[in-house]
Ligand binder design. Structure first.
Ligand SMILES: Cc1cc2nc3c(=O)[nH]c(=O)nc-3n(C[C@H](O)[C@H](O)[C@H](O)COP(=O)(O)OP(=O)(O)OC[C@H]3O[C@@H](n4cnc5c(N)ncnc54)[C@H](O)[C@@H]3O)c2cc1C
Length: 444
């Protein structure tokens, strides 16, 4: 049965799927229009994904990068929230089906973001750790800490495997996570585990291309690689992963790196809902949109953010970054306003505010309108920008406190393995039997 929110209310019904960057900024813009808005998300919180790697490196608490959606919408009288997973969109019937109900819409904004892509690499989906959700961040943190605990009692071969951490993908997330992991290992874990020889720890960053941070200039790539090298991260370029198992990662030349930890940050594609609903998508699951962000032939449906494939100046597609999602969310909402007034819709124009990545303490790279910054200044810019876009005053304060504490004490505060049932077991393999079996086999 199709639910009508309020039949007496004649304002058009807008449904936003996804309370990520795109969805939230669309809602903030729609609050000024004569529409009713229903926001749907499968989580009751917004996740600030750019700092997720810090959760996975035990630097900050998950709560510090999540914010309740209802809290965000509190001062938006025409916007309501429903915690629900959308399972289908019917463009012909103008309905959205969730695990609770089917809802009718006058306008739809699809902002479901992206998912990890494993490119069909055997074993990767089952054995590699990905880093796209809060649960995955916590799971990876637990796993890293558990590896150290288990290494204390392990045989030499097993210890080396447990203490080898392989990050696949030298984009911003891979670089940031490898750097953060190095600081965790060579800072607090070195002091926490006097039983272990920290020189046995190996952090390997594998990149298929000839340089890390391929989207930035060559000089910034070189700076990032040198910085990682100084932080004892082994950067291996032109390395293609051909298989992942619970105990090793295999490379294109058939060589193997024995490891219990493969962090896969090598690829992302559009979230599956659009494709599963029969919406036309590209090979990577992203939805090609019109310049106005509408779907072709569906003037009342907009796709934005990571999900949308929008042509970039000079070829290719706009990158999957928060600024694209934010600006598209605002623009799609404004175009809904224009459509209501029967005005012509305007094309989306992306204002590139620059790209940046942090590598570690006082080390970052920033590319801003053709100008490059590295070192402390870049790190300061990176820190300020991330604090500015973090939602929630408390979160900003708590993250700044965590960073300040870590900066001056060289200590990470969050080193708890939680939740845990049997030490090490849940942390290694919570999401599927494959990892758990592999772990138990390897532990035998
Ligand atoms: C680890 C990591 C680090 C990053 N670092 C940076 C960075 O430093 N700078 C930067 O600019 N960008 C960064 N990004 C990219 C940035 O986070 C994304 O580009 C941005 O989040 C995209 O916004 P979005 O609104 O399209 O999707 P998201 O923010 O991913 O939001 C999608 C929302 O849709 C919900 N959803 C999905 N499917 C359904 C469904 N079927 N039903 C209901 N709800 C659903 C999800 O729960 C989620 O809340 C990073 C991403 C990751 C994963």
């Amino acid at each position: 049965m199709v639910s009508e929110a309020n039949n007496a209310d004649e304002r058009p019904q807008v449904i936003i799927i996804g309370a990520g960057f795109g969805g939230v900024w669309a809602a903030k813009t729609l609050v000024r229009l004569p529409v009713r808005v229903t926001m749907l998300d499968k989580n009751n919180y917004h996740t600030f994904l750019p700092l997720l790697y810090q959760v996975a490196a035990a630097e900050i608490e998950p709560e510090q990068i999540g914010y309740p959606v209802r809290g965000i919408l509190r001062r938006m009288p025409n916007v309501t929230f429903t915690l629900a997973e959308v399972t289908a969109v019917d463009l012909a019937a103008q309905t959205v089906t969730t695990n609770h109900a089917t809802l009718a819409y006058d306008y739809l904004i699809v902002a479901t973001g992206s998912v990890t892509q494993f490119f069909g690499t055997p074993g990767a989906a089952a054995h590699a750790f990905s880093l796209k959700t809060m649960e995955e961040g916590v799971r990876l943190r637990n796993h890293i800490l558990t590896c150290f605990e288990r290494a204390v009692h392990a045989t030499p071969d097993e210890r080396r495997r447990l203490l080898t951490f392989v990050v696949v993908g030298g984009g911003p997330t891979g670089v940031e996570y490898a750097g953060a992991l190095s600081e965790l290992v060579h800072g607090p874990l070195r002091k926490d585990f006097p039983e272990l020889d920290i020189a046995e720890v190996s952090i390997v960053l594998l990149e298929a291309a000839g340089r890390v941070l391929g989207g930035m200039s060559e000089s910034l790539s070189a700076y990032a690689a040198q910085s990682l090298h100084k932080m004892k991260v082994e950067v291996r370029l032109e390395q293609r992963v051909t298989a992942v198992s619970g105990t090793a990662v295999t490379l294109h030349d058939d060589s193997e790196i024995p490891t219990s930890t493969v962090v896969w940050v090598a690829g992302v594609g559009g979230e599956a809902l659009a494709k599963e609903s029969g919406i036309e998508v590209l090979g990577n699951g992203r939805v090609p949109v019109q310049p106005t962000l509408q779907l072709p032939q569906h003037e009342r449906v907009f796709a934005i953010g990571d999900l949308a494939a929008f042509p970039a100046e000079g070829g290719g597609w706009l990158p999957m970054v928060a600024q694209v999602a934010i600006q598209q969310g605002i623009h799609a909402a404004q175009n809904i306003g224009r459509h209501q007034l029967a005005q012509p819709l305007t094309p989306f124009v992306y204002w590139d505010k620059g790209t940046m990545a942090t590598i570690g303490r006082n080390k970052a790279v920033v590319n801003w309108h053709g100008r490059s910054f590295t070192g402390f200044l870049a790190w300061l810019i990176w820190s300020v920008v991330h604090i500015m876009y973090l939602i929630g005053f408390r979160n900003r304060i708590m993250v700044m406190l965590s960073w300040g504490w870590r900066y001056f004490t060289f200590e990470q505060m969050v080193r708890l393995i939680m939740p845990s049932t049997r030490a090490g077991w849940l942390a290694i393999a919570p999401q599927d039997a494959f990892k758990r079996d592999a772990y138990e086999e390897s532990a035998d």
